[in-house]
Design a protein around this ligand. Structure first.
Ligand SMILES: Cc1cc2nc3c(=O)[nH]c(=O)nc-3n(C[C@H](O)[C@H](O)[C@H](O)COP(=O)(O)OP(=O)(O)OC[C@H]3O[C@@H](n4cnc5c(N)ncnc54)[C@H](O)[C@@H]3O)c2cc1C
Length: 248
C-alpha cells in the first residue's frame, strides 16, 4: 500500500503534425487539393511555421484538431481523474475498479497532509483501515457466491478518492490549449495542475511552434481574467493591465 507518484509517458503524436495543420488551413482558402498541398509542403518547415503562426494568431483554431497527443498517466488519484474526464473533447481509457481488484491499493497523499505528522498518521491509518474493510467485503461477498467483477464493483464503494489510478488520454491540440488555459492556472487544484504542467512540457518539446506560448489563460492574454480575489499575482488583473483601478 505505498504512496504513488505521478508518471506520464507520451505514447504517440500525430505524424507530420505541422504539414497536416498547414494543409488543413490552406484547404480553406485554396482552389488546390489539400492532398497535393500536403505533398509539396511536407519538407518546408519554414513555410509551414510562418503560415501556422498567422493562422493561430487570427483565432482560426479548427485546423489544430487534426493533430493529437496520447499520454499514458499513472500515479494519480481518482480525485484527479474525476476532474480530468470533465474535459469532453478528449478520449479516455481508465483502469477499471470492476476488473482490477484493489487488493493492495496505492494512494496519493496531498503534500499538506504529508508534511503534518499528525495528519499524515491519521491519513495512513485510514488508508490501512479502508484496505482491510475492502478485503473483508470481498470475503463476505464471496460467501454469497459473488466473485470477480461482481464482487469488486460493490466492494469498491468503500475506496477513497485518494486511490491511485491509471488512465490513457488523447487530446487534439485545440483541446490541449484549452485544457492548459484552465488547468495550468493557479486556481486549478494542485494535482491536476501538476499533471497539466507535465503534459505541457511534453507538448512544448514535441511541437514548440504551437505550445511555446501556451499555459494558463494569463500567459496568452498578458493579464489575469480571474479578478483581484483570485489572481495569483503572476500577471496584473485586467483592470490594472488597462491602467484602471482594481476593486479588492
Ligand atoms: C478552477 C476550476 C474550478 C472548477 N470547479 C468546478 C466545480 O466546482 N464544479 C463543477 O461541476 N465543475 C468545476 N470545474 C469544471 C469545469 O466546470 C468544466 O467542467 C471543466 O473544466 C471542463 O471544461 P470545459 O467544459 O470548458 O472543457 P471541455 O469539455 O474540454 O470542452 C471544451 C470546450 O468545448 C465546448 N463545449 C464542449 N461541450 C459543449 C457543450 N455541450 N455545449 C457547448 N459547448 C461545449 C466549450 O467551449 C468548452 O469550453 C472547475 C474547473 C476549473 C478549472
Amino acid at each position: 500500500m505505498p504512496k504513488a507518484t505521478l508518471n506520464v509517458k507520451l505514447l504517440d503524436v500525430t505524424e507530420n503534425a505541422l504539414a497536416l495543420i498547414y494543409s488543413a488551413c490552406r484547404q480553406c482558402y485554396a482552389e488546390e487539393f489539400a492532398g497535393d498541398i500536403f505533398d509539396k509542403i511536407k519538407d518546408d518547415d519554414k513555410k509551414q511555421a510562418a503560415f501556422i503562426k498567422k493562422i493561430i494568431a487570427s483565432g482560426h483554431e479548427s485546423p489544430l484538431e487534426h493533430v493529437k497527443f496520447t499520454f499514458a498517466i499513472e500515479g494519480v488519484s481518482r480525485a484527479l481523474t474525476h476532474q480530468l474526464v470533465r474535459h469532453r473533447i478528449a478520449s479516455f481509457s481508465q483502469q477499471s475498479q470492476r476488473y482490477v481488484k484493489e487488493n493492495d491499493f496505492d494512494y496519493i497523499i496531498p503534500s499538506s497532509i504529508e508534511k503534518n505528522s499528525e495528519a499524515k498518521n491519521e491519513f495512513e491509518k485510514l488508508m490501512a483501515t479502508i484496505q482491510q474493510s475492502y478485503t473483508k467485503l470481498l470475503t463476505f461477498l464471496g460467501q454469497d457466491n459473488l466473485s470477480g467483477e461482481a464482487a469488486n464493483q460493490d466492494a469498491r464503494f468503500v475506496l477513497p478518492q485518494a486511490v491511485e489510478t491509471k488512465i490513457i488520454v488523447t487530446m487534439n491540440c485545440r483541446e490541449l490549449l484549452h485544457f492548459f488555459k484552465h488547468r495550468c492556472c493557479s486556481r486549478a487544484q494542485w494535482e491536476i495542475r501538476n499533471l497539466a504542467e507535465k503534459l505541457l512540457a511534453d507538448c512544448k518539446s514535441r511541437l514548440p511552434l504551437l505550445f511555446s506560448q501556451a499555459g494558463a489563460k494569463c500567459v496568452t492574454l498578458g493579464f489575469c481574467p480571474e479578478g483581484a480575489r483570485f489572481c495569483c499575482g503572476k500577471f496584473p488583473v485586467k483592470e490594472e493591465a488597462e491602467g484602471g483601478k482594481v476593486a479588492k
